[in-house]
Ligand binder design. Sequence first.
Ligand code: SF4
Ligand code: SF4
Length: 370
Amino acid sequence: MVIEIDYSEVTGKKANCPEGCGMCCLCQPEVLPEERNFFRTKYPKNLVKSRTEDQHFALAMKKGKGSCAFLNGRKCDIYQNRTTFCKQFPFHFYVSDRIRVEMDLSCRGVWDTEGADAMEQAKVLAEASERRLSKALVEASSVYKEFYSICKETGVMCDVSQLRMSVSENISSFTNLGYVAKVLNQSLEEPKMSLDGITPDAKYDEKELNEAAMEASMGSMGSDDPLSVPVYCDKDFNWNMFMANGNTIEWAIMDDDGELHHKGFVDARDIQLKEPDEEGKKVLADYIQILNGRDSFLGNVFYMMDDLGYEDDMGNTYYGAMCVTIIDLLWRASMLDHFFGFGMGAEGMKEAIIFYDMDRLDAPTIGAFV
Ligand code: SF4
Ligand code: SF4
């Protein structure tokens, strides 16, 4: 069977894996049923149940919280036999009522201009997982069909391609905090909003927007479990972790043995949401364009609509989610600037996306990553 896959996100891109990184080995890889026997026979102690709700089989992590137990000297001890999910990184196959490849921008290797052709790599991976992808497509298509039918019944349905088109036409406006503040307010106040005619609010409430951004960012840091908090893999491949306790954010670096080394604290209220400069805005605009094309972003919007009982219009939820994503990213960029001094130019935005994208891809959706 030949399945159709949308490769547009990876077309023309390269994907490299520089030596000494190992960041993706901090994500506990699932072990598929057909892979279990190898680990059960050869490495029984390293085959464990995940701590996620579905308790799937996964590889053990060092001290239960560090990198994968097979990572030594930032090299994989079982490289030829690593799991399918290890092989797939940084590609993710998002299954909705179609299949689309998305590329994890938290992987520093995808920012390299060197490396193998990303689309060719993704095609090889898709072929190896064709059976699983086909099965997931049948299941996810039925979930999407039901979702759209509820949206029509409840009157919250919109034309998805129109929503994407309107964001696309206003991409540069979305890099302006006054515009984001206006869209966010309208998404909450208007019953059925449109982007037509919206201009930036020059007098937006900075304090209110800062608080909303802080809340969005702190949500993902609010755990003392290193497996659950966001990781920022820096240029020297240090694994930086940020953990929030109340308003205090602790910055620590995890070493190869799974130990955390304290680096600093900041009171989140001391971080001020900053707007990028002109070069930073170009990087941000490119990222918004990628998000706007991602089916997983849409799947997350649909998840929120379902979670909130189909009370909100699809357009309002879509534009609102885009705004929250932007202020979350910019708040993180402002935090990285506080700790590392990257600024809010092209470099600061690139590093913030590297910090953020893995969490963005991890957001709940009504579809599935396979
Ligand atoms: S995150 Fe990317 S660069 Fe780093 S080890 Fe994984 S694939 Fe390689
Ligand atoms: S099996 Fe190898 S590639 Fe996969 S997470 Fe573990 S160390 Fe990394």
